[in-house]
Design a protein around this ligand. Structure first.
Ligand SMILES: Nc1ncnc2c1ncn2[C@@H]1O[C@H](COP(=O)(O)OP(=O)(O)OP(=O)(O)O)[C@@H](O)[C@H]1O
Ligand SMILES: Nc1nc2c(c(=O)[nH]1)N[C@H]1C(S)=C(S)[C@@H](COP(=O)(O)O)O[C@H]1N2
Length: 184
């Protein structure tokens, strides 16, 4: 069976990684997770930027509207520190807010670390793009995506994107029966 191809936007938001003070581990961790889980051919559009709200907004708009990424993940800048503004930037460019993603990512993260409650991460749509905020700790990428990805493919169906599928023995993707594509 052939799979639709998908373009995924990855935005690592960190003052220090973007200045080269430490090496960015966000983009490699995101690419590794999708490389392991997704059955579709993927093209990544990646950006490493500082915690500047206007730049985060412009980057989200570029990846959604110009690059037409069906899914956009941010990592970093979701906490309560003064320079953490990723949720504000995401909400500023949102067309629809999906509160369940933020709630579910925090709930699943609380099983790993009590400070998960400090993340203000959100999930939103902008046109035909689903945007999810992930915390900055590189290990949080797998922890949160493992917990919520099951619902991501059907969300992308509903906003007019490609039909995402997971590789066998990875994540169990859920769609209502009526939305299942029969095997070719
Ligand atoms: N892109 C990244 N690559 C590697 N490690 C990261 C990255 N982002 C965050 N971390 C790690 O996770 C910790 C907490 O993340 P947080 O987003 O709070 O970083 P931060 O201290 O605000 O970083 P910065 O000052 O660079 O924005 C950081 O101290 C760092 O150890
Ligand atoms: N799954 C998961 N969620 C997590 C964490 C983590 O290590 N794993 N770190 C928490 C911590 S310590 C903080 S401060 C907040 C916000 O992190 P951010 O500002 O790097 O986005 O995410 C939280 N959520």
């Amino acid at each position: 069976m052939t799979h639709d191809s998908v373009r995924i936007g990855l935005i690592s938001i960190s003052d220090r990684a973007s200045q080269g003070i430490y090496e960015d581990q966000g983009l490699p961790a995101l690419q590794a997770w999708f490389g392991e889980v997704l059955a579709n051919p993927v093209e990544f559009v990646s950006r490493l930027i500082p915690d500047e709200q206007a730049l985060i907004e412009a980057t989200l708009i570029e990846l959604a509207d110009a690059k037409r990424c069906s899914l956009i993940l941010t990592t970093g800048g979701t906490g309560p520190a003064p320079r953490d503004v990723t949720p504000e930037a995401t909400l500023a460019v949102a067309h629809k807010v999906l509160p369940g993603f933020g709630e579910a990512m925090r709930a699943v993260s609380l099983k790993y670390v009590p400070t998960a409650i400090l993340s203000r991460q959100v999930g939103v749509t902008r046109g035909a793009s689903l945007i999810l905020n992930l915390p900055g700790q590189p290990k949080a990428i797998k922890e949160t995506l493992d917990g919520v990805f099951a619902a991501v493919p059907y969300c992308i169906d509903l906003i007019g994107g490609p039909y995402l599928e997971a590789r066998a023995d990875t994540i169990a993707v859920f769609r209502p029966k009526s939305a299942l594509r029969s095997p070719a």
